[in-house]
Design a protein around this ligand. Structure first.
Ligand code: SAH
Length: 202
């Protein structure tokens, strides 16, 4: 997976590649799809949601530019896979999911895969996680109609927010840095994510 789908494309950050090599993705897909765990695709995880394609997880993690000591918020826990990859790259990880059943399953997946230190929360992540803010970086695995202001405000100065922004079905993955002049958009690439629901979502 790492060589063919990530290195073979444009993922170059060696820490991210190593992290994706370590996290056992089969722990995060439903039992009947285990043989497809390393496919180059998003896969259904129940409740109408998906575990993201490995390539998009790598792109998001690379864009977060983590070096090790960071406190990160992962919005849209889903299966917990992306939170596990982030846990390989940062010190402390909080993740929030709006569907309680998914959060419960993600907690079990993370525990089984050896990432029990990731804190899984249930709630509307479009509003961030005020009680745990500020964060050095925030990753959003669902598409927002516009830059979620509250998430931006929960960043440390120079903190990074990586979020798909656009309409349902077609977005751009934006990399935003908190700066004294306001949100600085570093770059963006086309992508396609399930919608971020909730107060600052769709
Ligand atoms: N990162 C996940 C991908 C999950 S897909 C993984 O690696 O498996 C996106 C997830 O975002 C879905 O589980 C969906 O329920 C969740 N979601 C959508 N809107 C949300 C919101 N406002 N707050 C928290 N989670 C949300």
């Amino acid at each position: 997976m790492v060589d063919a789908q990530l290195r073979g494309r444009d993922v170059v950050d060696e820490r991210v590649l190593a992290a994706m090599e370590r996290v056992p993705r089969e722990f995060f897909v439903p039992e009947n799809l285990r043989d497809r765990a390393y496919d180059d695709a998003a896969l259904p995880i129940g409740d109408g949601q998906t575990i993201s394609q490995p390539y998009m997880v790598a792109r998001i993690c690379e864009a977060l530019s983590l070096t090790g000591p960071e406190h990160v918020l992962d919005v849209g826990t889903g299966s917990g896979y992306q939170a596990a990859v982030i846990a390989e790259l940062a010190e402390e990880v909080d993740t929030i999911e709006r569907i309680p059943e998914l959060a419960e399953r993600a907690r079990a997946n993370l525990e089984a895969a050896g990432y029990g230190r990731v804190s899984v929360h249930v709630g509307d992540g479009s509003r961030g996680l005020p009680e745990r803010a500020p964060f050095d970086a925030i990753a959003v695995a669902a598409a927002a109609p516009e830059l979620p202001r509250t998430l931006y405000k929960q960043l440390e100065p120079r903190g990074r927010l990586v979020v798909p922004v656009g309409r349902r079905g077609m977005q751009r993955l934006e990399v935003i840095v908190r700066s004294p002049e306001g949100p600085a958009v570093l770059r963006s690439v086309p992508c396609r994510f399930v919608p971020l629901l909730g107060e600052e979502g769709f």
